[in-house]
Write a protein that binds this ligand. Structure first.
Ligand SMILES: Nc1ncnc2c1ncn2[C@@H]1O[C@H](COP(=O)(O)OP(=O)(O)O)[C@@H](O)[C@H]1O
Ligand SMILES: [Mg+2]
Length: 344
């Protein structure tokens, strides 16, 4: 249903000079910097999938969604959504997709919610019977009733998001893009939105791409995650595999008497342990628990011999920790390399 190959998007950010002469310079020189927002992303998504598109702030998630919805034209690469090139066949494309941007509403700010829905019905040419049926369904699932006559500007964030979700689905699109649909919501509102997303995917087989930096969304909803960082794919696969890959391992948290040098930690490796993260005088290690590995038993004496340790604790890696480790992978590889160079 969605095919993306080697997608690139660069933004030119122009430097602005102030004042009269500055304005002249702006006209003449047009100095700019290139921001590489998407840097070679490829993936395919099949009909009916509910995929989490995950990454830290600035990773390139929204830019990808804007390309897929036809709002932005990429710098390079290939995109097909149901055979269409979104930015070339925009009018036809928008008739077949639904979009929700958590950061801004697509409803009319001063109009009551029902009137926004009515306008959308005309814009999308939704037949009366279907409109009535969909409204009844969404009113029930999203409990829209209490605020249908409230102007959009007076809605709470959670209510607005529910109204936006209903609006995006009025014309029964087979494909739904949700960009941070739970951003800024409290736990209860998040849960309601998540249940709705799940129900739509299950009952209507709607293909859904959900961008988020909230791992709770992904854990509750997505079997597959595509993770990006700095515009590049760092993981694409089952959430379960991600867990399983690290699942057998333990995380050893160590508190040192003094702030350890990350380079010192990397330069004097602990047997069977991989440095994950350093924060002040604390460090986290991943310890392999494979069959036959002596793991902690081998590691602990070395730790206490080589370092001044105040406290230790051992636990299972949290999914947050697994993801953080992937995001920080490059950074820690850098530290490791430095340490090895020094040691050899
Ligand atoms: N219109 C734009 N002009 C210049 N830079 C942009 C623009 N939109 C996004 N960017 C930059 O592209 C990168 C990716 O942004 P975005 O796709 O919004 O990330 P995310 O949604 O993952 O937080 C960021 O560095 C951001 O500052
Ligand atoms: Mg974004």
């Amino acid at each position: 249903m969605i095919h993306i190959h080697d997608l690139h998007k660069d933004f030119r950010v122009y430097r602005h000079h102030r004042g009269g002469l500055g304005a002249l310079r702006n006209l003449v020189t047009r100095e700019f910097q290139v921001v590489r927002a998407v840097d070679g992303v490829s993936f395919d998504i099949a009909r009916g999938e509910l995929v989490g598109y995950l990454g830290p702030n600035g990773a390139g998630k929204s830019t990808t969604i804007k390309i897929l919805t036809g709002i932005l034209v990429p710098t390079g690469g290939e995109v097909r959504v149901d055979g269409r090139v979104p930015w070339q066949q925009r009018r036809e494309h928008v008739a077949h997709i639904g979009v929700v941007f958590g950061q801004r509403t697509s409803l009319w700010w001063d109009l009551p919610v029902v009137e926004s829905f009515d306008l959308l019905r005309h814009i999308y040419h939704v037949p009366d019977a279907r409109f009535t049926r969909n409204m009844a369904h969404f009113e029930e699932l999203l409990e829209l009733g209490p605020f249908l006559n409230t102007p959009v500007r007076n809605l709470s964030l959670g209510q607005r998001m529910r109204a936006d979700l209903a609006a995006a689905l009025l014309h029964d699109p087979p494909l739904l893009f949700l960009d941070e649909p739970t951003i800024g919501l409290d736990v209860v509102a998040k849960e309601r939105i998540r249940q709705f997303i799940k129900a739509i995917n299950r009952e209507r087989s709607t293909t859904i791409i959900l961008t988020t930096h909230d791992l709770g969304d992904v854990e509750k909803l997505c079997e597959r995650v595509i993770m990006i960082d700095h515009g590049r794919t760092v993981y694409d696969g089952a959430l379960a595999d991600l867990r399983a890959r690290f699942g057998g391992d333990r995380v050893l948290a160590v508190e040192f008497e003094t702030t350890p040098e990350p380079a010192a930690l990397a330069g004097r490796p602990l047997p069977g342990a991989q440095l994950m993260r350093v924060e002040g005088n604390r460090a986290w290690f991943r310890v392999a628990q494979a069959n036959g590995s002596r793991g902690m038993a081998e590691l602990m004496p070395v730790l206490f011999r080589d370092f001044r340790v105040r406290d230790v604790s051992v636990g299972e890696p949290e999914i947050e920790e697994v993801v953080r480790q992937i995001y920080e992978g490059k950074l820690l590889t850098g530290v490791d390399d430095g340490g090895q160079t020094t040691a050899s």
